[in-house]
Each structure stands twice: as C-alpha cells, then as structure tokens.
Design a protein around this ligand. Structure first.
Ligand SMILES: [Zn+2]
Length: 153
C-alpha cells in the first residue's frame, strides 16, 4: 500500500499530515495522562508501525507518557517509500499463535511485558483494545487484570 501511495505521488509528509488529523477522543488523552501521572507503566501494543504511532503521539504530545511502543518497525527507503517490516521478523522463532497474523502476536508481547513487570508487588494489567487482534492478549490475562474492549453503541 505504501508503494502504491508513493507511485501516486504521496510523500511521507502527506502521510504524516493525514495521521495528525486522526481523531483521538479527548477523554482518551485525559485517561493516558491520568494513568501515567498515577504511576502506571503504559505500553502501546499495535499492529500499526513505528512511523504512524510516533507521528500521532507527537501530534498529541503524548510520547513521554508511554514506557514503550511495541509495533512493526518502519523506515523510509532510498526512494522515500515507507517500508513496514513484521514485528516478528523472519530471523526470530515464529510466534506459533493460531489466533494472530504471522507478523505479530499481541498476546506474546503482553506476556513478555507482564514477565518484566512481575517484580512489582502491586501489579495488574489494564488492557485496552478495539480489534480482533486484541482477543489473543485478552486471553492471557488473569482475574486480577482488566480488559476494556470497545463496543458498538
Ligand atoms: Zn496471539
């Protein structure tokens, strides 16, 4: 898709300007700031890519609120085409999850984050998701954790 956009004369600046107009609900911005300022470690686990997410976080001045972004790496090639690589690259073991696409298993990422955070005695996961890719990580949580899933009204 990025190659096609480039062939149509769209630049990375065009893409970034479009991303900056992506609506982010004001209450979500408030919730992110409140959670971070309350001592929560916030992670983004997304099947988008580093360029898209960083552009949106910077547009809303939210970059500093997140401990880490887990997403597909992206870069511009020599021709200015945005190249997006799989999070689970070919030099890694396949994630082996039948629920997720080959490039990313959000459940395995959430497992890794949770293992790193287990040292904290007051630890629970609050998972916010709105797509089918969020089902797998939701299954990895316990009774101590919380899932906020978007519903259609
Ligand atoms: Zn999975």
């Amino acid at each position: 898709m990025m190659t096609e956009l480039h062939a149509q004369g769209r630049t990375i600046s065009d893409i970034e300007e479009c991303l900056k107009t992506a609506p982010l609900h004001p209450e979500m911005i408030r919730a992110v700031k409140f959670a971070a300022e309350s001592g929560c470690d916030l992670h983004i686990v997304s099947d988008a890519n580093t360029v898209f997410i960083q552009t949106i976080l910077e547009a809303y001045k939210l970059s500093t609120y997140f401990k880490k972004v887990h997403t597909n790496p992206a870069h511009l090639d020599d021709f200015g085409v945005l190249r997006i690589l799989p999070y689970h690259s070919s030099d890694m073991e396949p994630h082996g999850c039948l629920l997720c696409p080959p490039n990313m298993c959000k459940g395995s990422i959430v497992d890794k984050i949770r293992m790193e955070e287990l040292a904290s005695s007051e630890f629970c996961t609050i998972y916010i998701g709105d797509g089918s890719g969020d089902y797998c990580p939701s299954l990895r949580l316990t009774d101590e954790d919380h899932v906020f899933a978007r519903t259609e009204l």
